[in-house]
Design a binder for this molecule. Sequence first.
Ligand code: KIV
Length: 265
Amino acid sequence: MQDNSNDDNKVTLSTLRQMKATQQPIAALTAYDACFARIIDQAGADLVLVGDSLGMVIQAHSTTAKVTMDDMIYHCRCVSPSLSRAYFVADMPFASYSSVAAGVDNAKLLIAEGGAQMVKLEIISPTTINVIRALTEHAIPVCAHIGFCPQTIPDLPSPDTFHRPKVVDEVVLQQANDCIDANVDLLLVECAAEHVGEQIKTMSQTPVIGIGSGSDYDGQIMVMHDVLGISDHSPKFAVNFLATENSISAAFSAYVKAVKSRTFP
Ligand code: KIV
C-alpha cells in the first residue's frame, strides 16, 4: 500500500511499519468525539480508532450490531479534525461489508466522508477475505480484526468469556494467515491465547496490535472508556488508569506510557 502523507509529525502506515521493525510499541485508543480525540492525540497515542464499540459506550446498546454507516461517518467527522498526529482508523459496521461491492463502496465513504486513513473489518466469513483483497486492490488501507469478533456473536454477553484456547488458537492462526495472504496492512487480535500473539507477530511483516490477548504484540489498543474506568461493563483485561491519575489527560498519557514501556498489559 502506498503511503502519501507529507507531514513529518503525522503517524503514517510507514511509521507504524517502522515502529514494528524497530520494536517500538504502538499505543492505540478508541475515540468517538472531537474533545476526547484531541486529548488522546495530545497524550501521544499513535493510532485512534472510531470503533463500532460506540454502539455500546455511546449509544447504550448491548452489542455493536445496531451501529450504521451513518453513525460511523458522523463520529469519524467529529474525530478527524482533532487528530494532528495519530493515525486514524474507522470500523466498518455490522453488515456494511457483506459483499465485496458493498465493502468497497462503504470503505470509500468512511475515507472520503469520514476522513479515515484506514478501515477495520472483522473476519466474519470467507467473503471478508475477498473484501480485504478488493480493498487493497483499490489502494484502501485495511486492518483485519481477528480472534474474538463481536459482530459474529451479536448476543454474546461479554468478551472475557471467550477463552477456549485449543479451538481459538487454530482459528486465530488461520485467520491471521488468510489476512496476511490477502495483503492486509494491520492486524488487530482480540482475546486470543497469550502465546498466539508471538506466533502471529513473528509470521507477519504487518504490525499486529492486541487487546485482551497478552503482551506479545507490536502494540496494544483499548476502548477509551475502559482506560477511564467509566464503562458499564468493562472486560476483565481492562485497567482503570484514571484510578491512579488526577486527570483524564494524565490517565491517557499513563496508558500510552505503559504500552510504550511494555508495563501494560
Ligand atoms: O470497536 C472497537 O472499539 C474495537 C476494539 C477492539 C478496540 O474494535
